[in-house]
Design a protein around this ligand. Sequence first.
Ligand code: UDP
Length: 247
Amino acid sequence: MEAGPEEGAAKFSRILLKLSGEALMGELEYGADPDRIQAIARQVKKVADRGVEVAVVVGGGNIYRGMAGAAAGMDRATGDYMGMLATVLNALALQDALEKAGAVTRTLSAITISEVAEPYIRRRAIRHLERGRVVIFAAGTGNPFFTTDTAAALRALEIHAEAILMAKNGVEGVFTADPRKVDDAEFIPSISHREAIERQLQVMDSTALSLCMDNDLPIHVFNMDDEGNIDRIVCGERVGTVVTTGG
Ligand code: UDP
């Protein structure tokens, strides 16, 4: 068995994990990679087994973004609703993988689709978490013109999560520029919300970051490609970039 932090050594008791659609894509050009989703499910199950309450907000950018529809002449709100439905597809795929990994889960949707997911009710979400169920939040905030980053900030605050874990695809954390495009982009180990907003760094969008800043909610930005990272962060190890009020 691989050596790791001791069981029960968790630093957090409740976290919110934000998985962008891209994080589910793996090496694919479009859609969700089953191997990648299973790997994520194993990581989530591992931290849940430590007694950490885990909520997940899934994105939908691997399938559809409202902006793409708007660019093609579609009404922006219609495109955004399509994007929110895309997050539901990802949520169901993740739920299936989590259950196969042995976790008990509930998917709560901000858009009512009662045949496939429970409606989002804050107190119910908290109750599920207290009972050790992994809660997946689908359909973002339920409102067009927002993103699942904002949904992550909003839900994290609503359920009193201690931190947001922001999964990135193949990038170790926050850099001065996109390291996949700019050779001399420098890694930033810690930063304040305010500075991240001012420098327009790719943490999460500015609405979401402002919400975290105003409510003093830390964000851990990390590379999803390393399977041990979620567990390391939960156990207090220094991984990726930490965004806090003090920086
Ligand atoms: N979306 C929305 N309201 C929300 C969350 C998402 O309208 O509260 C739509 C929006 O069109 C967005 C799409 O859903 O482009 C997919 O979400 P997002 O782009 O946040 O996914 P990610 O980038 O995390 O994969």
